[in-house]
Write a protein of this length. Structure first.
Length: 291
């Protein structure tokens, strides 16, 4: 199962009789699932039906669902009252025609009131409901499909960022400044400088140096970064609605990156920490879009 994005748009439009209609739905990031519906009066039940379809297909996101209707301008439907016209023709044929009076013509008979009838084209309410319901089902699937497509792109970006975080953790682990020999040498130089200035208790000074060295060690942060990377990759592979758990891991990544920067005792390690904070922030922004 792949991950899905929370952002997307879908539209379904058509014509039923004289009515033009269009469904539209937009979704953006949200902590939970919230589907808001706007439909014309009399179509509330249909709006709830489509809302239910969206709720069954989605897990998170704020959705705006709207239905618009408009009546097409059309000429009235014309019908000839053939029975009345036949009666007129029969009646005219029986009547004697006075001299000088032209015989009745068809166009003249058609002008007699009631021979030609016109009526407004009315929509079929049942057909309209059916078309709107079917379109609502397609709309929900289209939105879910678009969010899934964007989710595939997101998964690729997030995987690249996780690879960068893992590489930076390796770089921090291999940084010469955090090797025990380098730490001892730096502390020894600092202690020697202090001893030249005034007298210190050598034993006490040694204890403080050991404490400082342990506090400067970033082994735990590196191990936790690697653990979080593995957990995030597992979530990506599992797919589904994993956005909240990825967001939690983004917070954990940020915490470890901040601690690593605070403990850094060398320019090279500080640079790695700053690069790590930058990619963690990019990771956090991307997972905000994951369902």
């Amino acid at each position: 199962m792949a991950i899905a994005s929370m952002t997307g748009f879908a539209r379904e439009a058509g014509v039923t009789g004289p009515v033009h209609w269009a469904w539209e739905v937009r979704s953006v990031n949200g902590r939970g699932l919230d589907v808001r519906v706007r439909v014309p009066p009399g179509f509330e039940a249909l709006g709830e039906e489509v809302r239910g379809r969206l709720q069954r297909r989605l897990a998170r996101g704020q959705c705006q669902l709207a239905l618009t209707l408009s009546r097409a301008e059309s000429a009235p439907r014309v019908r000839v009252n053939e029975a009345l016209l036949a009666s007129l023709i029969e009646a005219v044929a029986r009547l004697p025609r006075p001299e000088g009076v032209a015989p009745a013509t068809l166009d003249g008979l058609l002008q007699v009131r009631g021979v030609i009838e016109s009526e407004e084209v009315r929509e079929d309410a049942g057909a309209l409901q059916s078309d709107l319901s079917a379109a609502g089902a397609r709309l929900a699937e289209a939105l879910a499909g678009m969010r899934a497509e964007e989710g595939r792109a997101l998964a690729g970006l997030i995987a690249e960022q996780l690879a960068t975080i893992a590489a930076l953790a390796d770089a921090a682990d291999a940084c010469p400044a955090r090797q025990p020999e380098a730490i001892r040498a730096k502390l020894a130089a600092q202690i020697a400088a202090l001893m030249e200035l005034s007298a210190f208790d050598a034993a006490r000074l040694h204890q403080e140096a050991v404490l400082l060295a342990s506090r400067a060690d970033v082994r735990e942060e590196i191990d936790r970064l690697r653990t979080h990377v593995a957990a995030a990759l597992t979530l990506l592979e599992a797919g589904g609605a994993v956005g909240r758990r990825l967001d939690f891991l983004a917070q954990e990544f940020g915490r470890e990156a901040n601690t690593l920067c605070a403990k850094a005792n060398d320019v090279a390690l500080s640079r790695i920490g700053l690069d790590l904070k930058a990619v963690v922030e990019q990771f956090r922004e991307q997972v905000q879009n994951v369902e």
